[in-house]
Design a protein around this ligand. Structure first.
Ligand code: ASP
Length: 341
């Protein structure tokens, strides 16, 4: 009897150690909760310019990305694999400012940034200024898993990409007529009268990101972007900066941001949200809103997607819209664009 009590107490202790996991049907260490959330960028999304066909195509790609991540999580796959699968689909879609269809620099080519973080190990990988890597998030992951570094940039990052067997493409692969028109319009404005805050705001939207919680209670975050239209001088935004646009920690949450990067860097948005959850015990929704409000007070705009260790999702934004979606467990994926719930 005494032995049985001891064994039971030991089993109980073991189960407790792996929080937030719960025991399901005799399998310890397996969480019933798994979820994924994604964004396809925040910013000035004009309802007038969003034709029903375009909206349907965008929602379709968001849904495909969610389903790809969800399929991995359902089978017990890792949150890391899920966020990469979701981001790859959005990078390959021409509708978002990442991978194919990324915005153009003042010189007329794409310069791509991405970052990924593993909430279990706090491992992280980031890349900036890529011109020929088809899926920058894959290179960010390779930096995390196959190099001793966290962040690689430009030409050196692409030398590493080749050695790591990452798929490369010609710079022209990324360029779409829509982004060429946007660059021409930005240049005309800049040459005529310079850009005011409102016009600057229109230069960034469409960054993609994903956050996920897997059945083992592990969180991951990934973000991939082309940055801002007409960017110069090797400008780098928040997306590849760990703690600004991307962060994940099993102790708090996984976060991916989109918006006017300069403000997100200065507000250290992603880590600030995680810190409010971990150190101050704020509810995920309150922590995320607090930091987005702070970005707004500085004059910036954008939004975040946040997944906490219990699978609670928050998606606040202070821009007109944010392409976003989520899938809880096996439930049907949901997508939204404007402020509707
Ligand atoms: N945050 C990105 C950047 O500033 C842009 C975006 O979210 O669309 O590089």
């Amino acid at each position: 009897m005494y032995n049985l009590a001891l064994i039971l107490a030991f089993v109980f202790l073991l189960a407790g150690c792996s929080a937030p996991s719960v025991t399901v049907s005799g399998k310890s260490d397996t969480n019933t909760t798994f979820a994924i959330a994604i964004h396809g960028g925040a910013g000035v999304i004009s309802k007038a310019q969003l034709s029903p066909e375009r909206e349907a195509a965008i929602r379709n790609d968001l849904e495909r990305a969610l389903k790809a991540g969800q399929a991995i999580l359902t089978k017990g796959g890792t949150s890391m694999d899920a966020v990469v699968a979701a981001v790859n689909i959005l990078e390959d879609s021409p509708y978002f400012n990442a991978g194919k269809g990324a915005v153009l620099t003042s010189e007329g080519h794409s310069e791509l940034d991405a970052a990924i973080m593993d909430g279990k190990t706090l491992g992280a990988g980031a890349v900036t200024g890529l011109r020929q890597v088809k899926n920058p998030i894959n290179l960010a992951r390779a930096v995390m898993e196959k190099s001793p570094h966290v962040m690689l940039s430009g030409n050196g990052a692409e030398v590493f990409a080749r050695s790591a067997g990452i798929e490369m493409v010609a710079p022209s692969y990324f360029v779409t007529p829509e982004r060429q028109r946007a660059l021409e319009a930005a240049k005309r404005k800049e040459n005529a009268s310079g850009m005011n805050q409102g016009e600057m705001r229109k230069l960034n939207y469409g960054t993609v990101g994903a956050v996920a919680l897997d059945r083992n209670g592990n969180l991951a975050a990934a973000t991939s972007t082309g940055g801002m239209t007409n960017k110069k001088w090797g400008r780098v935004g928040d997306a590849p900066i760990i703690g600004a646009g991307t962060y994940a920690n099993n102790a708090s949450a996984a976060i991916s941001a989109t918006g006017w990067g300069e403000f997100f860097i200065r507000s250290v948005v992603a880590h600030d949200i995680a810190a409010l959850i971990e150190y101050k015990g704020l509810k995920t929704e309150v922590a995320a809103q607090t930091v987005i409000d702070k970005v707004g007070q500085l004059g910036g705009d954008g939004g975040v997607i946040v997944m906490d260790r219990k699978g609670q999702i928050a998606m606040p934004f202070n821009s007109e819209g944010m392409y976003r979606g989520w899938a809880n467990g096996n439930l049907k994926p949901e997508t939204r664009i404007f402020k509707e719930k």
